[in-house]
Ligand binder design. Structure first.
Ligand code: SAH
Length: 347
């Protein structure tokens, strides 16, 4: 088995400690840290000598991810398929908008949440990603698009790739701190969204850390009964508890909450659902993102058509709830929401 330890798990202070332990001067730590933060493999950092590189490679993998495949969609969305040091495969999606470029990162290989409409959970959870493996996705894509640490090509991050971020809490929090660190790539926490299917205890824990990230809740149904039919997590936590934790998050951070609502034809897209949703969200400082369900072959559920999606949105708006229908990006390359999956390389 290849070494999965990565230098990207370390902060600058920790790289300094490491260099000290290896008998290297302090400025070497800076060079090393800068090299890996530029997205380089250890072997690619030109201002580090071979002796030190060899010592490092005894403890760490050369690079935690490498490119497996890159697919460019008609709308310019890019799907990155990466191979981890142990041969597992994860995916990410890079989208360009007027205001900047967003990278969707994965937090686990696979997922164990079991949502009925999502491809990421089809093979269950394979393993958690380390903080460095999540960070590596950002640094890789930034470099691949010609960005560096001053002129970033990844300006926004969404934790919406495969995996449930709050099911890998410690590594994800460590990643959030590393990626927003002034010494690192320094992406503002306000430009980062963490999406969760609703692990209430973890949302409360996250609130207490007082980060400035946007919390996004995958709600998809206005009541527990309906939610249970599509999201197993609804058997563990009721919507009441979920909304209480969300309000706690808002009170602590003052960050507006985003609710994701995937519209499934004939399931959760009636006006009654819109009205019920408006009722439960009354008083929550929030925005609702509507996404007509994207196709996942194995799932057999159908997305609501766009006309009906806009009617649902109008109904929410009339009820005083801020809502938009999200543009679907990257569906032709299976890079849209819910289409990312874990694959394991054979052989
Ligand atoms: N596990 C986290 C992160 C995944 S984010 C979460 O549940 O939030 C991916 C988003 O896409 C979630 O809102 C998820 O519910 C949604 N999604 C999953 N499958 C989808 C599909 N087939 N079409 C549209 N959205 C989907």
């Amino acid at each position: 088995m290849n070494n999965l330890n990565t230098l990207l798990d370390l902060s600058l202070a920790e790289v300094e400690e490491l260099c000290q332990e290896l008998g290297e001067p302090k400025f070497r730590a800076k060079q090393l840290f800068e090299g890996i933060t530029q997205g380089k493999a250890i072997s690619e950092i030109s201002n580090i000598g071979t002796g030190l590189k060899q010592k490092l490679l005894q403890r760490f993998c050369d690079a935690p991810i490498k490119l497996h495949t890159k697919l460019v969609g008609k709308d310019g969305t890019v799907k990155y398929v990466y191979e981890l040091a142990d041969g597992n495969i994860i995916e990410g999606v890079y989208m360009s908008y007027k205001y900047g470029n967003t990278l969707c990162v994965s937090t686990q290989v696979g997922c164990r949440m079991g949502c009925k409409f999502c491809a990421s959970t089809l093979g269950g959870l394979v393993r958690n990603l380390s903080a460095g493996e999540i960070l590596a996705q950002v640094l890789f894509v930034n470099r691949d698009n010609g960005g560096d640490l001053k002129n970033r090509k990844v300006t926004n991050i969404v934790l919406m790739g495969s995996g449930e971020p709050l099911d890998n809490f410690d590594n994800v929090v460590k990643f959030l701190n590393l990626v927003s660190s002034e010494q690192g790539i320094n992406i503002s926490q306000r430009n980062i969204s963490l999406s969760t299917c609703g692990l209430v205890d973890k949302i409360n824990q996250l609130a207490d850390l007082n980060l400035q990230i946007t919390l996004t809740i995958s709600l998809h149904a206005p009541n527990d009964e309906l939610r249970k039919t599509i999201m197993p997590i609804a058997n563990r936590y009721g919507i009441n508890e979920l909304l209480a934790s969300v309000k706690h998050y808002f009170n602590k951070t003052k960050r507006r909450i985003v609710f994701e609502y995937s519209l499934i034809d004939g399931k959760n897209d009636s006006f009654e659902c819109a009205d019920e949703l408006s009722k439960i969200l009354k008083g929550v400082v929030c925005h609702v993102n509507l996404i007509p369900l994207n196709k996942v072959d194995e799932r057999g559920l159908v997305g609501t058509n766009r006309k009906k999606a806009y009617a649902f949105m109008d109904r929410l708006t009339q009820n005083g709830i801020s809502a938009t229908v999200r543009r679907t990006m990257g569906a032709d390359i299976e890079g849209a929401c819910g289409q990312l999956r874990a694959k394991i390389l054979k052989g």
